[in-house]
Design a protein around this ligand. Structure first.
Ligand code: NAP
Length: 320
């Protein structure tokens, strides 16, 4: 089969198409014929060698794919050959025509959700759900600011928060991205490049402050997020690309909290529960992933360049 292989860490050009052996599922494993692959920013950090945990070289990147079950190993009861599935983590990498997955990490792809949309679920929707419900414990009636709502995680968070009856303040960096957020039904849409957007968010909450902020770029925003919080408000740090200064008094005055999210540390019971919620939301139409670009798999280098550029409007996917 064809797969993208990385033989040395470096720029996007190290993502090269190669022919490798088809994987064979062992006990408890599922082989998925990949129809679409989701690109996540973390895969660019790993590819460049700038990440805390790096795979041994050579490797095939990627965690998120959608496709059909091609074969199952002994003992696999959850899925059968031909089932449409999405993956949330793979053993052999998602940037490939086939990928090997632990049986517990393939999930049913409901009818009406395309393979491209299925490739947008594993990391982004799981991160958004985990941050909103399992870290921030956001509840219906809360005001939630999604700070960076135009990308994979942000769109998922807007849909999850709206579906749960929260008031959503969503931010985007371009007019096109903000128009998409209006269409998604965000209650208020702000420009995260405007200097006063956090003051505006506070005003939109009636001066009370927002209950929860899901933060996609903490190194830029965290210090300014804290004064925009309500009493006992929570910021969940999802994305961060540097260091940041905060005034701890902003936390103390509000009895506020800063919480970290790392998808790698989701506990097994949280994982089970969040994917059950996602599959239900996809089936009942509350969740509907948005795809911004589709590229052939051999254009993985282009996809890695695009995912790091401003102006997100959904998910970039590769087609093998
Ligand atoms: P993405 O699809 O590339 O989207 C990036 C988002 O960041 C866009 O909405 C972008 O908005 C926004 N952004 C850019 N500048 C911003 C600013 N100054 N303030 C607020 N937002 C800004 O990425 P993603 O998949 O949604 O992931 C978002 C971040 O979370 C990435 O850093 C990713 O590495 C991280 N992440 C972390 C975890 C975890 O486990 N902690 C899991 C998944 C993702 P515009 O393009 O409209 O400006």
């Amino acid at each position: 089969m064809k797969a993208i292989r990385v033989k040395e860490f470096g720029g996007p050009e190290v993502l090269q198409t190669a022919t490798v052996d088809d994987p064979v599922p062992a006990e408890g494993q599922v082989l998925v014929r990949v129809r679409a692959i989701g690109i996540n920013p973390v895969e660019t950090y790993i590819r460049s060698g700038q990440y805390a945990v790096l795979p041994p070289l050579p490797y095939t990147p990627g965690a998120d794919a959608a496709g059909e079950v091609a074969a199952v190993g002994t003992g696999v009861k959850q899925v059968k050959v031909g089932d449409r599935v999405y993956t949330a983590g793979t053993l052999t990498g998602a940037y490939a025509e086939m990928t090997l997955v632990e049986a517990g990490k393939v999930h049913a792809l409901p009818d009406g959700i395309s393979f491209q949309q299925g490739a947008a679920i594993g990391v982004p929707y799981a991160t958004a759900y985990h941050s909103l419900f399992q870290r921030a414990h956001a509840r219906p009636g809360d005001t939630v600011m999604i700070h960076g709502a135009t990308g994979g995680v942000g769109i998922a968070a807007v849909q999850l928060a709206r579906g749960a009856g929260m008031t959503v303040i969503a931010t985007g960096g371009t007019p096109e991205g903000r128009a998409m957020l209006e269409e998604l039904g965000a209650d208020h849409v702000l420009d995260h490049r405007a200097d006063d957007h956090l003051d505006q968010a506070r005003k939109l909450s009636g001066g009370r402050g927002v209950d929860v902020i899901l933060e996609m770029l903490a190194d830029v925003n965290l210090g300014k997020d804290l004064p925009a919080l309500a009493h006992e408000g929570r910021v969940v740090v999802i994305g961060n690309r540097g260091t940041v200064e905060i005034n701890a008094r902003d936390l103390m005055q509000r009895r506020a909290s800063i919480l970290g999210t790392a998808l790698a540390h989701v506990k097994p019971d949280e994982y089970r529960s969040l994917h059950a919620a996602l599959v239900a939301g996809l089936a009942n139409g509350t969740l509907n992933p948005i795809i911004s670009r589709e590229l052939p798999m051999d254009q993985a280098p282009e996809a890695h360049t695009l995912v790091m550029e401003p102006g997100a409007r959904g998910k970039i996917v590769l087609i093998p």
